[in-house]
Write a protein that binds this ligand. Structure first.
Ligand code: ATP
Ligand code: MG
Length: 158
């Protein structure tokens, strides 16, 4: 369904704020404008839940998670940046595979099946977007994904 992404994203973050561990800060960097996208809301909510849950799970005590939306003429760029342990460069491209877990020893005690990002990738692609990650070991990880903006002529606001 046609959805204004920024207000939708605010709602998602609000929901996380209610249950967030006390030592973690969510920082929003969202634009003021309206950005219409086509969303399957259940699926997009799963995408954001998986990515934000990882950011929380892999964040250090006192960490800040930055949630950002940028745009160009045709796309939104959504990014979720944490200050966690990071992911080794040679493992980065595998984190979107099913059941892949980057650091067996470290992630075992944190739990999980290694499916979260594989599902996120599949569901971003349902929305005709792309997803990727940047990371520095010991510094943190940023997950990026794009969503196509709906053409102005579909907005019906003029
Ligand atoms: P699940 O999401 O199924 O509960 P999971 O979190 O281990 O389990 P994914 O979400 O698919 O699985 O992530 C795959 C792997 O990528 C993780 O096991 C972890 O090693 C690494 N990873 C994902 N997000 C981060 C992050 N924000 N910081 C550090 N490592 C991450
Ligand atoms: Mg996960």
């Amino acid at each position: 369904e046609r959805t204004e992404f920024v207000s939708y994203f605010h709602q998602i973050i609000d929901r996380f704020e209610m249950n967030i561990p006390e030592h973690i800060t969510l920082q929003r960097d969202l634009p003021r404008g309206k950005y219409l996208v086509w969303l399957d809301k259940d699926k997009m909510t799963q995408v954001l839940d998986n990515i934000i849950s990882n950011a929380i799970k892999y964040s250090p005590e006192g960490g800040t998670i930055q949630l950002k939306v940028e745009s160009n003429r045709h796309h939104l760029l959504v990014s979720i940046q944490d200050q966690g342990m990071g992911i080794a460069y040679d493992k980065l491209e595998r984190i979107f595979e099913r059941f892949y877990r980057a650091d067996k020893a470290r992630t075992r005690k944190l739990g999980g099946t290694g499916l979260g990002l594989a599902i996120a990738k599949e569901l971003v692609e349902v929305h005709h977007g792309k997803i990727w990650a940047k990371s520095m070991e010991g510094k943190g990880t940023t997950i990026f994904f794009t969503l196509p903006l709906m053409n102005k002529k579909w907005r019906g606001d003029r």
